[in-house]
Design a protein around this ligand. Sequence first.
Ligand SMILES: [Zn+2]
Length: 253
Amino acid sequence: MNSKEVEQALKQLASETEEAKKSDFFKDYLNIMSRFWDYSPYNQLLIYLQMPSALRVAGFYKWKQLGRNVMKGSKAIRILAPAKSRKIKEDKEEKITYFRPVSVFDISQTEGKPLPDIDIEAEGQTEGIIENLLHFCQEQNFNVTFEELREGLHGYTSNNSIAINKNKSNNTQISALLHEIAHALLHKNSSLSKEQKEIQAEAVAYVAARHFNIETKSFNYLALHDANHDKIMENLKVITETARLILKGINAH
Ligand SMILES: [Zn+2]
């Protein structure tokens, strides 16, 4: 795959991403997702400790607004919400912020109207690619494991360890592995924003997967990370180099 072909592929990805963002479905999705709280890292930890499998969490009334009911007997997840109160001290009124426990519930504890979901799966399977990628990872000292991960998570990287969701289709695993390899190659000590890291990793996965004739839903993933044409094309050089490094590494020139 030469640089021209990579550039061509990226232009295609950039316009697919722009299209995805324009769709009504995507606008609805963002609108609904914005109703879930943006939890602080501390609360994310509290949620994780009480329910490691939690995927989408909201309070009782928020779920009601979304057309779903919390099922009877569900055990609440307790987090801390800031609240304000007033105190009279030496004739002066003081406003103080304190934290009070509030109850939230995971989507698995609710029933009712399905939430919209953005499709980022790649269907089908392609023989022999995973094996070659694993060989490449070995050469790079990346340790890859296939694990039980939550539904929406295809994989993650920490340092030189890559985990891939073992319950996904073969082609989804290939594109997830490509994505995580790109993170491991590019972002170990990187100060780039999360958004930019995701753009680079997913675009590398898209370009390489395309080389194997695997159709990914990278445009949806990139739209979720607020990518657009310029943000994708800005990264042309690093994406080209990384995709070619991987393809060369597995002997698919
Ligand atoms: Zn990523």
